[in-house]
Design a protein around this ligand. Structure first.
Ligand SMILES: Cc1cc2nc3c(=O)[nH]c(=O)nc-3n(C[C@H](O)[C@H](O)[C@H](O)COP(=O)(O)O)c2cc1C
Length: 167
């Protein structure tokens, strides 16, 4: 079973979550390709898809939403899991799933969507991002929860194995 893990990321925090998911799926014996969302050329080769994006101003990055627009039918025909990386701080804020992503999950009939805490490091940000972060007093730091990522990845493995056995 071939699984695509596609990720849209500006400053690598989400890309690294995608890589961690990819490693766990690979360790479970699945054939996995981890790609930047903008590099996905076709869906035909994949039996399942995990698609993630960081969240900026309440929305996924354009590379991720474009991928959904381009491949909506293909995604609806496959098991799909979505994840977002965004909330920062302890406790991580904003709470809950971004409304725009809930709509995307519906549009591709996703099996699940998970929002993971993110990372904000001022040194990596462009000027506009620095100004926005300062205005909302966003805290600096890496709040990613690798245990939560690992647990979600093993749920995906469980579902895929179950599907393969039932097929
Ligand atoms: C300008 C700016 C706006 C942001 N807006 C949101 C937001 O609306 N919701 C959210 O959960 N996180 C928001 N974040 C936090 C980022 O999504 C988080 O830092 C994420 O982990 C970055 O991932 P990346 O390095 O893969 O781009 C924002 C960060 C910046 C710098």
């Amino acid at each position: 079973m071939r699984v695509l893990v596609a990720v849209a990321s500006r400053h690598d925090a989400t890309a690294e979550i995608g890589e961690a998911i990819g490693r766990q799926l690979t360790d479970a014996g699945l054939e996995v390709e981890v790609l930047a969302a903008e590099s996905v050329g076709a869906m035909g080769a994949y039996d399942a898809v995990v698609l993630g994006s960081s969240v900026y101003m309440g929305s996924w990055l354009p590379a991720a939403t474009k991928l959904v627009d381009r491949f909506q039918i293909d995604l609806r025909e496959r098991p799909v899991w979505l994840f977002s990386s965004g909330p920062i701080g302890s406790p991580a804020k904003p709470e809950g799933d971004p409304a725009s992503v809930v709509q995307i999950a519906k549009s591709v009939d996703a099996i699940g969507h998970r929002t993971f805490a993110g990372r904000l490091e001022r040194d990596r940000l462009n000027l506009g991002e620095k100004l926005v972060s300062a205005a909302v007093r966003a805290p600096d730091g890496d709040f990613r929860d690798w245990d939560a990522v690992a647990q979600w990845s093993s749920e995906i493995v469980g579902e895929l194995v179950r599907e393969a056995v039932e097929a």
